[in-house]
Ligand binder design. Structure first.
Ligand SMILES: [Zn+2]
Length: 709
């Protein structure tokens, strides 16, 4: 398994395509989120206070300092000289959903219960034929009751989509005190938690097929990695040109309103029971190729548009008919005509939930996404919109990725203008994704030490250019605010190069902690198949998680809780820290965190027993998180995804800048949560573990004394 497949399975883990229609009822295609009961937004009274938080995912303090020192980021320079700047301690593990959940709740993973992108489902884990993993952020279920009539399936109750993060979001606390809040694309907040303010979901929001983003790729020549693409981030369609015309189809979400008879299998024949499949909604469209020029005309439902080779379309609205005349499911997509000749190639973005007519819950109040659409036009609604997968899978070149990233940034930038023109009271949180995504995909162009460094004059400057864009955006905000506005610029983590993967599960085999049923087939099985569980003491799952196989907890657990458990943790910790890469003598792991000892709150049972902190340059391999065992322990990372942050949190802190003074020596994400509440004169909740990092200096001094004591 490589990155593609890993992502594909994570998509399955979030509920697969069926989530697309979870909760859509036949009347009016309404969706009910579990977190529902939205109060309609009504402008509360004036709080008389303004706080603006710019959340710049992945902004790194070292790179920021470097560019500021070069004198090319004047607006950040001004903020630093007039206010303050410090690295911001992130979470362990420093994965975005974990870090943002900590900022949202003021708690560590022990409190909010998000430890990784994926968690294991103990009821299905270690069960043959079951993956036993799920997305840590949200879960969807179809309607509990349905009635089947012929080929139709009519839901009698709404399905539900459940936000899995525990704890109260800081903006919910503000709203309880009458402070207006506007939350633009907060990560790890899908579906958005109930709120009387305005919020739009961000990272973690699926596409309209219920995946973390499945693009469509139309081509005359099927690429060699087509199977990988289909298992991973895309869907390959072979097309034929006949009389200058291509007939093609866009697949939408599963049509859970319909069923089709499955051909009888031996098993079903035995049971004498007819089995059914759920078909996909789809839309047929046509492309007319100009006989001479590299130009094509597209006819998609009522839309007609012409694209030159290398050109992107505007947003195109797509209406999938689930039940004729009754249920339409709306989505939007953009078309990118990559090549007309010699061989035709077309890329279509993952189907975005249409903000104008959202079939899944993406905002509070429910109609706020519509209001945004009216002011901004269509926009990307999928969590992280840049198509890193199309780039990793060779459908995008580096330049294609850059062009798409720029379009996303421009959309975001336009939204920032809108908020700067309209925001006048309370809290505004505004999120940028492009620096994180760009730093992941463009690192190896910038870094000549990367083992897969690529020379490219334009792209080697890509990350720096995104920093400059952030500087311009900050300037726009500085221009709009008055002296009474608190401005906070923060990131969830920084960035490091990702040179080598660590096959943690293969290492566990080598060290005797994990036994395989058929050792000769070590590299051949997937998804934790081939593990001899009754002989296995520990296994890695997710990007930073290591679990012990515990008696009474895991279905086939063998490690006794108590002394044996503690001893095994000690032994593992020592071995993990002693791990050495023979290529350079480095230790790929520099920190081992124990969930029960180091985290606080009621969710420590959910987490892995150990959280692995990888050293600079290393990260868990693409294969290990979902239970594969390649033979090489430390493979070179050949994926364009060449920068990362899922490491030892001490090597990748985020940034904190503000026009106030930062009064804690080493502020952490959970301190910032407390500081935001304090800006509005509110006390933290008892379960919050931070201190006000913008508070009076005296407080900070007390804290240092107490910690030293
Ligand atoms: Zn990231």
């Amino acid at each position: 398994m490589d990155r593609r497949e890993c992502l594909g399975l994570i998509s399955c883990a979030i509920g697969g395509a069926s989530v697309g229609l979870a909760g859509v009822s036949p009347v009016g295609a309404q969706v009910k989120a579990v977190a529902g009961n939205y109060r309609r937004y009504s402008a509360p009274g004036k709080s008389g206070k303004k706080v603006i938080i710019l959340g710049i995912d992945g902004m790194d303090p070292n790179l920021l300092k470097k560019y500021v020192d070069e004198g090319i980021m004047p607006n950040f320079q001004r903020l630093i000289s007039e206010g303050d700047f410090k690295p911001l301690q992130t979470t362990q593990p420093p994965q975005s959903p974990v870090a943002w959940s900590t900022f949202i709740t003021g708690m560590d993973p022990g409190g909010h219960g998000i430890y990784d992108f994926i968690h294991r489902d103990l009821s299905a884990f270690q069960v043959p034929g079951e993956a036993g993993v799920y997305s840590s952020m949200s879960r969807s279920e179809g309607p509990e009751k349905t009635v089947a009539v012929g080929k139709w399936v009519i839901p009698l109750s709404g399905g539900k989509i459940e936000q899995l993060r525990q704890g109260k979001a800081f903006w919910q606390i503000l709203e309880e005190h009458g402070i207006p809040t506007t939350i633009y694309k907060m990560p790890a907040n899908y579906p958005p938690v109930p709120s009387s303010g305005r919020s739009l979901s961000g990272m973690g929001t699926p596409d309209m097929r219920g995946t973390m983003g499945k693009y469509s790729y139309y081509t005359e020549i099927i690429p060699r990695n087509a199977d990988d693409i289909d298992r991973g981030g895309g869907e390959v369609h072979k097309v034929q040109i006949q009389n200058h015309r291509i007939k093609a189809r866009i697949n939408g979400p599963d049509n859970t309103f319909q069923r089709i008879r499955k051909a009888a299998s031996r098993r079903s024949a035995k049971k004498k029971k007819q089995e059914y499949l759920t078909p996909k909604c789809s839309i047929d469209f046509e492309i007319w190729i100009d006989p001479e020029k590299p130009v094509a005309k597209f006819v998609v439902q009522d839309d007609e548009f012409i694209l030159q080779e290398g050109e992107w379309s505007d947003w195109v609205r797509l209406d999938f008919e689930a039940v004729p005349y009754l249920v339409n499911i709306s989505a939007i997509a953009r078309f990118y005509l990559k090549k007309v000749r010699p061989a035709f190639e077309l890329y279509v973005t993952p189907l975005q939930i249409n903000p104008e007519d959202p079939a899944l819950p993406i905002s509070t109040p429910e109609n706020w996404s519509q209001e945004l659409f009216e002011s901004l036009g269509y926009f990307y609604t999928k969590g992280l919109p840049a198509d890193t997968k199309a780039f990793s899978e060779g459908v995008f070149t580096g330049r294609d990725f850059w062009d798409q990233s720029e379009m996303i940034f421009q959309e975001t930038r336009k939204a920032l203008d809108y908020f700067m023109d309209t925001f006048d009271d309370g809290l505004l949180f505004f999120y940028f994704s492009s620096l994180d995504q760009g730093s992941h995909m463009l690192w190896r162009y910038m870094d000549p030490e990367h083992p897969c460094h690529v020379q490219d004059e334009f792209l080697s400057d890509g990350i720096r250019r995104i920093y400059l864009e952030m500087d311009e955006a900050l300037g726009r905000v500085q221009h709009s605010i008055d002296d009474n506005t608190t401005l906070i610029v923060m990131s969830d983590h920084g960035f490091c190069p990702f040179y080598y993967g660590v096959n943690l599960n293969s290492w566990l085999v080598e060290m005797g902690y994990l036994k395989l049923i058929r050792p000769a087939e070590q590299a051949m099985h997937r998804y934790f198949g081939n593990i001899d569980w009754p002989e296995t003491k520990a296994y890695g799952l997710g990007i930073n998680g290591l679990y012990l196989n515990i008696k009474g907890r895991e279905k086939q657990g063998i490690v006794s809780p108590g002394a044996e458990y503690e001893e095994l943790l000690n032994e593992l910790e020592a071995d993990l820290l002693a791990m050495e890469d023979p290529r350079n003598g480095q230790h790929p792991i520099s920190l081992v965190t124990r969930t029960h000892r180091d985290f606080h709150g009621p969710c420590t049972e959910l987490g892995p027993d150990l959280v692995i902190g990888y050293n600079r340059g290393y990260r868990c391999s693409w294969e290990s998180p979902l239970g594969q065992f390649p033979l090489e322990l430390f493979p070179v990372n050949e994926d364009p995804w060449s920068g990362d942050h899922c490491m030892d949190h001490r090597v990748i802190p985020g940034v904190l800048l503000t026009n106030r003074k930062i009064t804690l020596e080493t502020p952490a994400l959970y301190d910032l949560t407390v500081a935001v509440l304090a800006e509005f004169g509110l006390e933290p909740l008892p379960e919050m573990i931070g201190k006000n990092c913008l508070g009076p200096v005296a407080n900070a001094a007390i804290r240092v004394t107490m910690e030293n004591g």
